[in-house]
Design a protein around this ligand. Structure first.
Ligand SMILES: [Zn+2]
Length: 327
């Protein structure tokens, strides 16, 4: 078999603040091997880049493949990226990562072309090609977890905007004088509807002594998180239910703006909070329906991401398949 003929496989990495997920897939999008490990972000960017390479090699090994089988690799990561240079200029949840040359490193280390994409943008594309957006042409993808990110596929193409920052629903203003967002500006969707916002509201209730049940759940879980608020809400705690409904209400206001602006066929919800259907996404959908225009509402569906944790990595696979690796 010719050497080039063997190089059929694609390596994709979803780089998060706490976890690295690597997959090796064929061009049809079948995952043949994967690897998960901690990012250990505090060890700095050089150690981080090497962990990514080692994780990719472990995924190759799990697939029964070697480095000679790889055609290209790609990484998606949160926050702004510079896809043209293959550089992470600044990573909000990777301390010390400034101007990190991801593509240059991986391409030198593994001997194949490499690409870099924002994680929510990649996830939008992954759901478009392999997941809940199959068969659609106009997709809004939103990831709701600690923060809120988004990506757009419009007219069947990934839409990045002029500088790659399009689709950031988390940072549109909902309340002109609302709480400060992680980005430093007031009243954004992320400041009112994200996992961090839910935990902050829960903390407020605990400080007032407002919910013994939530306090107990938080204690058992080693601290209060959005998940513990959800757990308390599931057990019927009225304060926890109110917090989730309120967060969903704010998310719905953001969704309504997206429905009116983009007229999508489908809004796909990914991220850790996607499972909070009744108490969080339910109120969000209600509020979206109350506020958006009738015509775009008629065609839009709100659905859960199908690829789960794999949306980002599979988006990288889809982008690599189309030959966008440059470095
Ligand atoms: Zn913001």
């Amino acid at each position: 078999m010719a050497e080039q003929g063997r190089r059929r496989y694609l390596g994709a990495v979803d780089l998060g603040g706490s976890k690295i997920l690597s997959v090796v897939a064929d061009e049809e999008g079948h995952i043949l091997g994967e690897d998960r490990r901690a990012t250990e972000a505090d060890e700095g960017p050089e150690a981080g880049l090497e962990r990514i390479a080692v994780s990719l090699e472990a995924a190759l090994g799990a697939a029964g493949l070697g480095r000679d089988d790889l055609r290209a690799v790609g990484v998606c990561s949160p926050g702004p990226i510079d896809p043209a240079r293959g550089v992470i200029p600044e990573a909000p949840n990777l301390p010390g990562w400034h101007d990190v040359p991801v593509c240059q490193y991986l391409s030198g280390r593994l001997g194949v072309p490499a690409m870099l994409e924002n994680d929510a943008t990649a996830a939008a594309y992954g759901e478009f090609v392999y997941g809940a957006g199959r068969g659609c042409r106009h997709i809004v993808y939103i990831t709701v977890s600690t923060g809120i990110g988004g990506g757009l596929v419009l007219g069947g193409r990934l839409y990045r905007g002029a500088s790659g920052a399009a689709g950031e629903i988390g940072h549109i203003t909902i309340d002109a004088d609302g709480p400060l967002c992680g980005c430093g500006k007031p009243g954004h969707v992320e400041a009112l509807a994200s996992g961090r916002a839910i935990a902050r509201e829960g903390q407020g209730v605990l400080e007032r002594g407002g919910s013994p049940l939530m306090a107990r759940v938080a204690e058992e879980g080693g601290g209060l998180s959005a998940a513990s608020v959800h757990q308390a809400a599931d057990a019927g705690d009225p304060e926890a239910i109110r917090i989730l409904e309120r967060a969903g209400y704010y998310l719905g206001i953001g969704l309504a703006a997206y429905v009116d602006i983009f007229n999508p066929e489908v809004i796909i919800i990914g991220g850790g909070l996607r499972h909070m259907r009744e108490l969080y996404l339910g109120p969000a959908e209600q509020e979206m329906a109350r506020r958006a225009m009738q015509e775009p509402l008629r065609v839009v569906r709100l659905v859960e991401a199908e690829l789960g944790d794999y949306s980002g990595a599979m988006g990288v696979v889809a982008l690599l398949r189309e030959g966008t690796a440059t470095a």
